[in-house]
Ligand binder design. Structure first.
Ligand code: AHM
Ligand code: MG
Length: 327
C-alpha cells in the first residue's frame, strides 16, 4: 500500500485550489509539527520531571499542569516563527495573544485548547490538542475585533496523544481527514480523507456523577440514553478529545450539559465545543446545546462556556426532542 504523508497530501490537494487553501494547509502543517513535539514530550514527561502542576492557576480557575504550559508555549513558538497566525485565544491565556502586533495585518485567528484532558495528563490516559482557525474577515468587522461564530471557521481539528497519535482535521472545501503518526519516519500518514460518523449508536459519554446537579430536562435525557433506547452502553474517558474521537469513529454521543446552578456547563465554546462541533458536523453528525446548534452561538467572551452535545445525528435529534418538551 502506498503511504501518503500529510505534506504530500496537502500539496497534491491544495496547490491547485488557489491562495487561501494553500495558506490554511500551511497552518495544518504547523499544527502537525506542534502535535509531534507535544506527543514526544507527553511520552517522556515521567522521565523528565514534566508531570504535575506548575503552581499557577489559569483564567478558568484551574491548576495549570506543566504539560499544559509546555503545550501552549510550543503552539506560540511554532506559529510565531511561521507568521501565519495573527492572534490566538487559548485556554491557558487570559487575554487574546497578538502575535505580530497588528491585528488587521493578520490573516487568521487561532483558538486553542493546547492540552485537553488535564485530569488525565499524569496517569497516561489519552489527551490531545484542539484547534480552530478563523479567517480575518470572520474575526473583524469594520476594523474592530469581534469574536467569530463557529460557522466562520475555515479549519479545525485535534491531535490525539494516546497509545498512538492521530491527527484529525477538517479544512474548508475538503472532507474530514484522519492521519496516524508513523513514529520511525516522524510523519502523519493518511488513513482516510472522508470520514463519516455513524448516524446511530448505542454509546453515550457523560459524567453521570453530576446527575444530582442537572435540571429535570437533562436528567430525562440521560435516563433515556441509559435505559430508554433499544441498546445502550456508557463510555466516559474524561478527556473530551478522546471521548469525541472514539464516538467519531464508532458512533456515539458526548454530553457535557449545563447544571441547574451552572447552566452553561464546563466546555468552552471557542476552543472546545465549536471546533469539535464543526468537525463532527462536516462528518455528518451534529453539535447541539440541546436547544440550539452550537455553531450558531455568537460568543460574547473568549472563554465563554456552553452546554455541549456532540456526535451521531439521529441520537442528537432524539435528545433535542426531549429538551423541546421542557420549553
Ligand atoms: P480541560 O480542558 O481543563 O481538560 O477540561 C475539559 C475536560 C474535558 O476534556 C472533559 O470531557 C471534561 O473536562 C471532564 O470533566 P469532568 O471531570 O467534570 O467529567
Ligand atoms: Mg479542554
Amino acid at each position: 500500500m502506498k503511504r501518503i504523508t500529510l505534506a504530500e497530501y496537502l500539496y497534491s490537494e491544495t496547490h491547485t485550489r488557489g491562495e487561501c487553501s494553500g495558506r490554511v494547509a500551511d497552518v495544518i502543517k504547523g499544527v502537525a509539527l506542534v502535535g509531534k513535539i507535544i506527543y514526544r514530550q507527553v511520552r517522556w514527561a515521567g522521565l523528565e520531571n514534566m508531570l504535575g502542576e506548575t503552581g499557577a492557576i489559569n483564567v478558568q480557575g484551574e491548576e495549570v499542569k506543566r504539560l499544559d504550559e509546555y503545550s501552549n508555549d510550543r503552539f506560540i513558538e511554532v506559529f510565531q516563527r511561521n507568521r501565519l497566525i495573527g492572534s490566538m485565544i487559548s485556554e491557558e491565556m487570559g487575554e487574546r495573544l497578538m502575535i505580530d502586533g497588528d491585528p488587521l495585518a493578520a490573516e487568521f485567528l487561532m483558538t486553542l485548547d493546547p492540552l485537553d484532558g488535564s485530569s488525565n495528563i499524569d496517569v497516561d490516559v489519552t489527551i490531545g490538542s484542539i484547534f480552530a482557525l478563523f479567517q480575518r474577515t470572520g474575526g473583524f468587522d469594520n476594523g474592530e475585533f469581534r469574536l467569530p461564530r463557529g460557522e466562520e471557521m475555515v479549519a479545525c481539528g485535534y491531535v490525539l496523544y494516546g497509545a498512538a497519535s492521530y491527527f484529525v482535521y477538517w479544512m474548508q472545501g475538503f472532507g474530514v481527514c484522519v492521519f496516524n503518526l508513523d513514529m520511525p519516519i516522524g510523519e502523519y500518514v493518511l488513513i482516510t480523507n472522508d470520514l463519516k460518523v455513524p448516524v446511530e449508536s448505542s454509546i453515550y459519554s457523560v459524567n453521570e456523577a453530576n446527575y444530582r446537579k442537572w435540571a429535570p430536562d437533562t436528567q430525562k435525557v440521560v435516563d433515556y440514553l441509559r435505559a430508554g433506547r433499544e441498546k445502550s452502553t456508557g463510555r466516559y474517558i474524561g478527556s473530551l478529545v478522546a471521548d469525541f474521537h472514539r464516538n467519531l469513529l464508532k458512533g456515539g454521543v458526548y454530553l457535557y450539559p449545563g447544571e441547574a446552578e451552572n447552566p452553561e456547563g464546563k466546555i468552552r465554546l471557542l476552543y472546545e465545543a465549536a471546533p469539535l462541533g464543526k468537525l463532527v458536523t462536516m462528518a455528518g453528525g451534529k453539535a447541539s446545546t440541546g436547544r440550539q446548534n452550537i455553531l450558531d452561538i455568537i460568543p460574547d467572551t473568549p472563554h465563554q462556556r456552553c452546554p455541549t452535545i456532540l456526535g451521531s445525528a439521529k441520537v442528537i435529534e432524539e435528545i433535542e426532542k426531549i429538551y423541546a418538551e421542557f420549553k
